[in-house]
Design a protein around this ligand. Structure first.
Ligand code: ADP
Ligand code: NI
Length: 212
């Protein structure tokens, strides 16, 4: 079954240029397997949820999550899963995303917590830095503007519609993720990735002012 899922996700995300491509799905899958090994949870649900987690993302569905969930639901109907599993997978896809500094996004099941952690680990560290600038470039954003401070978004609407420079995204999301991991295993992994981002930012500001 996983082969079928991999084939579908590769096809759907092949031409995605904002950091949500097949290789992001692949990394989230591998991280999820690692977290499952330490934390438990249903392996099949975790693998399928990890691979398909971005299929319903509003950003990849003209801003329409309903449309994305229908697309995912149609695909899941062709897999050898029972109705409960299908609903569980759709629920994970619908609730996983980060929605702003002031918005809580709890997951209802262990499987969901693991996939959310894996998705968030892939948003930080060296890979996270690369993805963030890929997203910024894709959306024609400045890399940095010292006159424009980060915001603490209290609603998904304001977070989603913000068009700030890419360095702001570190303060509006990436540096906040370490303390929002669900599992102990992900918390430990996040610490190292977080530290690397702090080092990157120190270097970035020093070079910005020509101090290096
Ligand atoms: P989630 O995976 O929680 O749904 P997103 O899909 O919104 O989160 O974000 C995934 C990644 O896309 C972020 O971690 C970041 O690398 C990039 N990204 C999203 N929004 C922005 C933004 N406004 N500026 C820069 N990068 C962004
Ligand atoms: Ni993702």
């Amino acid at each position: 079954m996983l082969e079928q899922v991999i084939h579908f996700v590769k096809q759907e995300l092949a031409h995605e240029g904002s950091g949500h491509d097949w290789w992001h799905a692949y990394r989230v899958w591998k991280l999820s397997e690692q977290l499952q090994h330490a934390e438990g949870g249903n392996k099949t649900i975790i693998s399928v949820a990890a691979l398909t987690h971005d299929i319903a993302d509003p950003k990849l569905n003209d801003g329409n999550q309903e449309k994305g969930l229908n697309r995912l639901s149609t695909f899941l109907k062709g897999l050898p899963l029972n109705q409960d599993d299908r609903e569980h997978l759709l629920q994970i896809a619908a609730t996983l995303s980060y929605k702003g500094a002031g918005v809580v996004t709890p997951m209802a099941t262990r499987e969901g917590e693991i996939v959310q952690d894996a998705d968030r680990l892939d948003a930080i560290g060296a890979i996270g830095i690369a993805r963030t600038f890929a997203f910024g470039g894709h959306h024609n954003r400045l890399i940095y503007d010292p006159n424009h401070s980060p915001e603490s978004h209290t609603s998904y609407e304001t977070y989603k519609n913000s068009t700030g420079h890419t360095i702001n995204h570190f303060y509006e999301k990436l540096l906040l993720l370490k303390d929002r991991m669900n599992t102990d295993t992900a918390k430990a992994m996040a610490r190292e990735r977080h530290h690397f981002m702090e080092q990157f930012l120190n270097e970035f500001y020093a070079e910005w002012e020509g101090k290096k």
